[in-house]
Write a protein that binds this ligand. Structure first.
Ligand SMILES: Cc1cc2nc3c(=O)[nH]c(=O)nc-3n(C[C@H](O)[C@H](O)[C@H](O)COP(=O)(O)OP(=O)(O)OC[C@H]3O[C@@H](n4cnc5c(N)ncnc54)[C@H](O)[C@@H]3O)c2cc1C
Length: 426
């Protein structure tokens, strides 16, 4: 392995593969090292990818990408232990395409694109450390092997082992990350279409608030793949600790909720996985994204936007990889891989949607830390609508039911303030 590359990339997720794809297209000599036994083996997410960034970069994207279904229905469901209230948007989303994909398959496909472009991706290699000479990164070590390069792009994902060694980021704090657990449930393609009233190739993205997280900060998700369903729960670590929630057990309760059970009763779980996800938006990004001979891209840099209604991580990771590659190409031409030279990466990010999106929703993470959105509102909404739709001898008007349910739990003033804050910031 004692060969020298133009660039070494740590991690074959969307960020690392995006960087490798661009660098290979520039004609640079690039290698991606991935600790998983195959590309995609370690990659876990919820289920949906936004297209814009991929379509711009890979012209054949629509023809080739392993799309399970195109999202045609967006749903938000508020749940208590027995009931569920769902808001559904049905649309062709032609100007705002997103698709449901299995991330491991998607990254495997991206890996193939890298190889077709002339890049090298080597799975089964865990990078242990960085090689530094006079404070400048010159390569990596993996076991007894040493590998040298002009520059290292660290795209290792949420566990910042290499980034910490480079002095670029600290461990995440419990309020900055959430843990997600996910099951993939086998169910026939026709059953998916029938249950969700979908045509061939159409999909549903369903987010949940309330009961799925045992009313802790976070949410549930359900995505319709072609002939499987991705079902999962994401909970912020500090909230799980405060509520003493065993995150691994909680998905069982979610699966057995009557609303979900009717959907999945004929299905059988075929896969189970868990992963961390950055939650803090702009505030979770380290002060420095580059050092002498190293750049950070993707989750390790905190480039994930969770604005409650949507989550974007894969496309932002890929884009940050592209921008890192662009910076490396310029540094290669200048023959200068110092921090000063690589700092144009930070400028490129600031001028891209990675930062403009995180900036636009910078108050979202604070708002999403408001427990009432997970505890009080799902419960009150389910209870009020249930009573309003329950017709005994005498039917009741909504307002007295609402007042009764709010008593001791929520003031009108707080509710109005929360609604205004949600509308302004999400
Ligand atoms: C539960 C959950 C739901 C999510 N839902 C969505 C969603 O629906 N849509 C969306 O866009 N985003 C979603 N995200 C976020 C999204 O998954 C991430 O933002 C994105 O995948 C990050 O890509 P990445 O390349 O930075 O990191 P990763 O995909 O984590 O890739 C990092 C890679 O580096 C490898 N690696 C790590 N250390 C080493 C080492 N030392 N040596 C070699 N290899 C190493 C890992 O094995 C891994 O393959 C979700 C995340 C979670 C956890």
């Amino acid at each position: 392995m004692e060969e020298k590359f133009d660039a070494i990339i740590v991690g074959a997720g969307a960020a690392g593969l995006g960087a490798a794809y661009r660098l290979a297209k520039y004609g640079l000599n690039v290698v991606v090292l991935e600790r998983g036994q195959r590309i995609g083996a370690k990659n876990v997410y919820g289920g949906r990818i936004y297209t814009h960034v991929f379509e711009k970069e890979i012209p054949e994207f629509r023809k080739e990408a392993p799309v399970e279904r195109w999202v045609k229905k967006e749903r938000l469901t508020l749940m208590n232990s027995d009931d569920a209230v769902t808001l559904e948007l049905f649309s062709d989303f032609s100007a705002n395409d997103s698709f449901i994909a299995i991330l491991s398959k998607f990254n495997e496909w991206l890996g193939k694109k890298v190889e077709d472009a002339g890049g090298l991706v080597i799975p089964g290699i865990k990078v242990d450390d960085l090689i530094a000479e006079n404070g400048t990164i010159k390569g990596i070590t993996a076991g007894d092997e040493k590998l040298y390069a002009d520059v290292v792009i660290d795209a290792e994902g949420i566990n910042p082992i290499i980034a910490k060694k480079a002095g670029l980021r600290d461990d995440w704090k419990p309020n900055q990350v959430a843990v997600g657990v996910k099951e993939v449930i086998k169910i026939s393609e026709n059953t998916v279409n029938d249950i969700f009233q979908l045509n061939e190739g159409e999909g549903v993205a369903n987010l949940f608030l309330g009961y799925p997280t045992n009313y802790a900060l976070g949410g549930g998700f359900l995505y319709t793949n072609k002939d499987t369903i991705s079902l999962g729960v994401v909970i912020r670590i500090d909230s799980a600790i405060a509520k003493r929630i065993q995150v691994y057990d909680i998905i069982e309760d979610f699966r057995n909720h009557p609303f979900i059970h009717r959907i999945l009763k004929e299905g059988s779980p075929i896969e189970y996985s868990a992963h961390l996800v950055p939650e803090e938006g702009l505030d979770g990004i380290p002060r420095n994204l580059v050092g002498d001979g190293i750049l950070l891209a993707g989750d390790v840099a905190g480039f994930v936007l969770n604005r409650g209604l949507t989550i974007r991580g894969v496309d932002l990771a890929f884009l940050s990889g592209l921008l890192a590659a662009e910076t490396v190409k310029e540094a290669h031409e200048a023959g200068d891989f110092s921090r000063a030279s690589l700092s144009s990466y930070e400028e490129k990010l600031k001028n891209s949607i990675v930062f403009s999106e995180l900036e636009a929703f910078k108050r979202a993470s604070g708002l999403l830390g408001n427990l009432r959105f997970y505890e009080t509102y799902p419960q009150i909404l389910c209870e009020v609508l249930k009573d309003a739709y329950t017709v005994g001898e005498n039917s009741r008007k909504i307002y007295p039911i609402l007042r009764e349910k709010m008593k001791g739990r929520l003031s009108l003033f707080t509710m109005i303030r929360d609604v205004i804050s949600a509308v302004r910031n999400l």
